[in-house]
Write a protein that binds this ligand. Sequence first.
Ligand code: CA
Length: 373
Amino acid sequence: MRRRGRLISVGMGLLLLACGQVATGTQFNNAGFSRKMPIRFAGYTQSGTLTNFPALVQFAEGSNGFSYANMGSPNSGADLRFTDSAGTNELNYEIETWTNGGTSYVWVQVPQLADTNTSIYAWYGNAAATAPAYTTNGATWDGNFKAVWHMSETSGGVRDSTINANHGTASAGISQGVAGMVGGADYFNGSSIISAAHSASLEITGPWTVSCWTYFSQVPPPVGSSGYSYPNLIGKFGGGGVNGYGMFWYYTKGLEAIIGPGGAGWVESPKVTPDPTASVWYHYQGVYDGAKLRMYVNGVEQGTGTTSANPQPTSPDPVIMGRHYGDGAAYGYFKGSLDEGRISNVGRSPAWIWAEWKNLRRCRDCRHANCRR
Ligand SMILES: [Ca+2]
């Protein structure tokens, strides 16, 4: 039982964003949790409520009264819990990286991100608490997410955090765990790829959104033996390359979102303008809402979209990151780093796209949880 008077509230008014159907978690029992910290998403200035939005929350020693020493499991974060602003509805979360004494990155499923007053609570300080199943079973990512690759591994596979288990395989030449936007990222050396095998969950033949943070080491990307370069950032193409969806560097044109509607050539979004600057992180989102194909850079739409048709099936071809659909040696590879790759089977709203960019951008700029910018 919780002893009255023992619960300590720490941190006031964190300005993080700073860093369908609403998911309903279990009723939270705060017995045994000695700390309670409010987190306010004051940076969300768009109109429109975002449902089940996975928000990045940072924890850092000394920020807003937070100390790892006050946790029951400071080495793992196993006693971390989140609730809605009422303190009753427990929220799904996933730890991307946890560093006792350093900065830790946690994705929290916020039921409704509505305005600058949206807030949640973090709870901790319970040595008896163990990590709930939802922290590792994909529950933080609702059914619209078909793949989420955090790319923080330092070796082995590239894990998909969703329930779909679309795990990626890194070829030789991928350096895992390099500096990224959130925790680690993957570096592509100009002759390497990450691929994720075909699955039913990735066979999208309607609206979609593909996103990633991208750091080009070379612009335009290095050419292949043909003298051209056409590497995917993230793309799933099949049918000889004329079916599918993704974001792609189209030689002489630049970075675009592309749909293969089958047989009639690709449909291309307006290109990214201007071309990216090398050695800078950008957030790219390719979005098809069932009518128009659009490209966003750092939350801003490029042009006004292109009328498109649905992507056609790509089975049995995989998702490919970093290379042309069929032949990297001839048509080139991406050289640089990718972080936080995502595929969804909905066309995300402009407010959602903006919030995904702003949330990470602000966390990266702040580097600590009590940033006031
Ligand atoms: Ca990452």
